[in-house]
Write a protein that binds this ligand. Structure first.
Ligand code: FES
Length: 85
């Protein structure tokens, strides 16, 4: 049985994003076929893999605190600056 491909999420981030379209803490988009999450932390914006490295949890639904994001499924925490768990 062939695995069904899901289309990439959100806007194509290689084309840029208007600041008016990014008014929350996160914005889910894609680069090629890779889902990418933009995360605002203070005056900085980070681009990270949209899925948790544990069981692929949706980091777009995660909690942003300072320079970290916490996965909503099992609460793994990732540094936005380094990606380190
Ligand atoms: S899927 Fe993210 S902590 Fe388990």
């Amino acid at each position: 049985m062939a695995e069904e491909q899901t289309p990439p999420a959100g806007p194509d981030l290689t084309k840029g994003v208007a600041s008016a379209d990014f008014n929350g803490a996160t914005l889910l988009g894609h680069v090629g076929d890779q889902d990418v999450l933009l995360v605002r932390s203070g005056s900085e914006i980070f681009a990270i893999d949209a899925h948790c490295s544990h069981y692929h949890g949706p980091l777009a639904d995660g909690l942003v605190v300072g320079h970290s994001i916490r996965c909503p499924w099992h609460h793994a925490c990732f540094d936005l600056r380094t990606g380190e768990a």
